[in-house]
Design a protein around this ligand. Structure first.
Ligand SMILES: CC(=O)SCCNC(=O)CCNC(=O)[C@H](O)C(C)(C)COP(=O)(O)OP(=O)(O)OC[C@H]1O[C@@H](n2cnc3c(N)ncnc32)[C@H](O)[C@@H]1OP(=O)(O)O
Length: 461
């Protein structure tokens, strides 16, 4: 059934906006509330088919419906219905959402903070779809505003999503906060100069990774900001264990890295494509690479690059600062084929969001934030200390001290983009997305925001 933690009440303003168009807005019962074969289960199945149609995915087979019903039992699944359509029982719009931690990077300079992953609670939003017959009449607007108001009312400080198109979500105050790089490595004549691994790489079966992958991925993820834990269906799909990917199971290969003590510290899942005219010209596609230590990262890259009969390695989703080029005598062998925005953040509670991470320098900034939906609007005094911890005061006049602070004017989307250090304030200033109220304020903000590793989310949700 819907996880009680996700069962936020539906937003009445959005309900009224949709009702004014003759549309019904409701939560779809899932899981135990919808026993297989019951009318509730059939409604859940129609909701699943509706989002598949909305995303131009193939419809779900009966077997897949069982799997997806279980996988999407815990999130809050919301639909919109139009009683005037030919098949009124089918939703004309969908959205799914759930509470999830967001990694905020490692601890600061305070005692005992090194290596400690910090987290903020977020409201993950996914599967936003509106039927082709009902688009561009404000349904997505009602759904998104409804999600944001519901999450804010529940005290959740952040909303987050990955997007099909980068043109859609800025209007609701989301800003791109992490990027991914698609790497393409020419492995011909490559020499690896990275650290020599202390442990061992083992070739393993993909199912053997299923029990250890979530925990390993969590340990890897806390080293950077921007991670949102995968749900079980993600791992099943990746490892060829879901009905949709079972047909690929034989094509998938996997390696696991165990450190000198024999503890698994990373793994990679990959596949190979041959060249029918040249057997020595395979391309190895890295489908997932997860490393909880620098040692594991170097060992796994070395193993993936160092394969006979392979001339190219591709890795579609890597951090933009992956150390790989620096592990090779020829860094130019690693081409970034594409670099794209990935996780988008929407701040709902400025003090909670800003105090959830650690900062690189001590300073005082006055952030004057605009937010058309109101949640983040105001003047916020961010004071960072020498230990990297921050305090945020909402009424700077009352608290004083801000006359020494650097003043920055920006929108809530820009603050979301800056939060994890994924872009610099000076870049946003140059792009006209942020204004300095004090000369040099953007660079002062950057000194505070600087992070050792680029934020990164390793998959789509
Ligand atoms: C988190 C996720 O799930 S990402 C996946 C998003 N879904 C998809 O890509 C599936 C295919 N697309 C769709 O289902 C729909 O077109 C949606 C969900 C993107 C938009 O739904 P609609 O109900 O048509 O949007 P709605 O009418 O509320 O539009 C709200 C505003 O967004 C704009 N907008 C909507 N879709 C887009 C788009 N694809 N690109 C740019 N702007 C868009 C509208 O023009 C409108 O702008 P305005 O307020 O300035 O007039």
């Amino acid at each position: 059934m819907t996880d009680p933690a996700n069962a936020l009440p539906l937003d009445e303003t959005s309900r009224a906006a949709l009702a004014a168009q003759g549309l019904e807005y409701a939560v779809v019962p899932t899981g135990e509330e919808a026993v297989q074969g019951s009318p509730e289960a059939a409604a859940h199945e129609r909701w699943l088919q509706a989002y598949h149609r909305g995303f131009h995915f193939e419809g779900l087979s009966p077997e897949q419906l069982v799997e997806y019903r279980a996988a999407l039992a815990a999130p809050r699944t919301v639909g919109v219905w139009d009683a005037t359509t030919a098949e009124p029982e089918h939703p004309v719009a969908t959205v799914a959402s759930w509470r999830s931690p967001l990694s905020m990077g490692e601890g600061g300079m305070g005692e005992g903070e090194a290596g400690v992953g910090r987290e903020l609670e977020g409201w993950a939003i996914s599967l936003v779809s509106v039927a082709a017959t009902h688009r561009r009449r404000g349904i997505a607007n009602a759904l998104l505003e409804g999600e944001l108001r519901a999450a804010h009312a529940a005290g959740i400080p952040m909303a987050m999503l990955t997007v099909s198109e980068a043109t859609i979500y800025g209007r609701w105050g989301f800003g791109p906060a992490t990027s991914v790089a698609e790497l393409r490595v020419d492995t011909r004549g490559l020499r690896f100069t990275g650290p020599a691994p202390q442990g061992r790489v083992h070739q393993v079966s993909t199912p053997s990774l299923r029990p250890i992958a979530p925990e390993l991925a969590r340990r890897a993820a806390v080293r950077r900001g921007g991670d949102v834990p995968q749900r079980p269906l993600h791992w099943d799909r990746l490892l060829g264990l879901s009905t949709r990917t079972a047909g690929r199971a034989n094509a998938l290969r996997a390696v696991r890295y165990d450190d000198a003590d024999g503890t698994p510290q990373g793994f990679a899942v990959y596949s190979l494509a041959g060249n029918p005219r040249d057997f020595a010209d395979h391309t190895l596609a890295v489908e997932y690479l997860c490393a909880a230590t620098d040692d594991a990262l170097a060992a796994l890259w070395r193993c993936l690059l160092d394969q006979d009969l392979v001339t190219a390695v591709t890795a579609p989703m890597r951090p933009i600062d992956d150390p790989l080029p620096w592990m090779l005598t020829n860094p130019r062998a690693v081409a970034t084929a594409a670099r794209t925005d990935h996780l988008w953040l929407r701040i709902l509670d400025v003090p909670a969001a800003l105090t959830a991470r650690r900062y690189a320098a001590a300073d005082t900034l006055l952030l004057r934030v605009s937010d058309p939906l109101g949640f983040a609007a105001g003047a916020w005094m961010l004071t960072t200390g020498p230990d990297g911890a921050a305090t945020v005061a909402s009424d700077p006049d009352e608290h004083g001290g801000w006359e020494h602070g650097a003043v920055v004017d920006l929108g809530v989307a820009e603050l979301g983009s800056l939060l994890l250090g994924g872009v610099s304030a000076d870049t946003l200033r140059a792009a006209g997305r942020l204004t300095e109220g004090t000369p040099g304020a953007a660079q002062r903000f950057d000194a505070v925001l600087r992070v050792p590793r680029a934020p990164f989310l390793s998959y789509w949700f």
